[in-house]
Design a protein around this ligand. Structure first.
Ligand SMILES: [Zn+2]
Ligand SMILES: [Zn+2]
Length: 335
């Protein structure tokens, strides 16, 4: 089968021919019907050797929707032919965190956190899934709309759920209305009563955010915000966005760093942050939150803005993602 593989650090991925995996005991084989491209893939490609504990070559792709075509010994055969979205965290299912429903904090991830992020990913004709508990059934839904739920929607939903108490009845600022942020706006609108402020430098992204329910928009935080806010969801994560977010926090406010833009800040008592500050960097999300976003999508409450590309065009699509020449999420489908 063909797969999009990273073969060397600090290089572009390649289309390569690899064997179709066979499911062992407890495992399932999915035919990949749709796979999303993510900025974190670009981050992985750009890492110098020794940064990430991944073995190369590695198939990329951590937003996967597909159909179960083969099951290993011990797997419920009723999974066959079902469409599912894959919970991408390669969790053990049995550790302290997994037992509490925090699979995204599994104690055994060992740096190789999931599909396409240390483990074989979904940018291939087939992908091996280690356990049925990593699938969320999505019968009757559309694969291209499902794939972005696995990371873009899940990560946004998880960040919002963690801070729901502060968001309800308050004001939340979303910085960056791209692949994750545009879904965050919809999730906030559909599941909270917050006043939603959206900041993005691109006029088209702000227009879409208003359609999705943003109450106030602006090209800078300072322009969009005129009173202290309860929660800042920073989907960029650059030095400048973290600083701008910290600037407008109310006492007790929460600065949530979701985007991996490489920014940093100093946190200390009595310095730049308001009294009672919270700073948090959520990671991806647990299975229960993936189930929640699948239900929101099933009910039409959230809809990912997608651009569908053919598998053969994946390398070109990554180049456009790097150049910022995309709107919404790129989703790859078989040729
Ligand atoms: Zn991602
Ligand atoms: Zn675990």
């Amino acid at each position: 089968m063909r797969a999009v593989q990273l073969t060397a650090w600090q290089s572009e991925p390649e289309l390569r021919e690899v064997p179709v995996p066979r499911p062992g005991p407890g495992e399932l084989l999915l035919r990949v019907d749709a796979a999303g491209l993510c900025h974190s893939d670009l981050h992985v490609m750009s890492c110098p050797p020794g940064t990430l504990p991944y073995d190369l070559p590695m198939t990329l792709g951590h937003e996967i929707a597909g159909t179960v075509v083969e099951v290993g010994d011990g797997v419920d055969g009723s999974w066959l032919d079902r469409l599912a979205v894959v919970h991408g965290v390669w969790s053990c299912g049995t550790c302290h965190s997994c037992r509490r429903g925090h699979e995204n904090h599994c104690l055994h991830l060992d740096g190789r956190v999931g599909f396409g992020l240390g483990r074989p990913g979904g940018l291939a004709e087939y992908v091996l899934v280690p356990a049925a508990r990593q699938l969320v059934a999505a019968d009757g839904m559309v694969a291209t709309e499902l794939a972005p739920l696995a990371d873009a929607a899940l990560t946004a939903y998880h960040a919002i759920r963690l801070h729901r108490e502060a968001i309800e009845g308050g004001t939340v600022v979303v910085i960056g209305a791209g692949g994750l942020g545009h879904l965050a706006v919809q999730i906030l609108k559909q599941t909270t009563d917050a006043h939603i402020v959206v900041v993005d430098t691109r006029p088209a992204a702000l227009e879409a955010a208003r359609e999705h329910g943003a109450h106030t928009t602006g090209t800078t935080v300072a322009e969009a915000v005129d009173a202290p806010v309860d929660v800042v969801l920073d989907f960029v994560g650059a030095d400048s966005t973290l600083a701008a977010g910290a600037e407008v926090l109310a006492p007790g406010g929460r600065l949530v760093m979701v985007g991996g833009g490489g920014g940093s800040m100093t946190v200390a008592k009595g310095r730049d942050l308001p009294l009672g500050w919270h700073v948090n960097a959520p990671f991806w999300g647990p299975r229960q939150d993936l189930e929640a976003v699948v239900e929101l999508a099933r009910g039409g409450q959230i809809v990912a803005d997608i651009e569908v590309v053919r598998f053969s065009d994946t390398l070109d699509a990554y180049r456009r993602l790097r150049e910022g020449d995309v709107r919404g999420r790129i989703v790859v489908v078989p040729d």
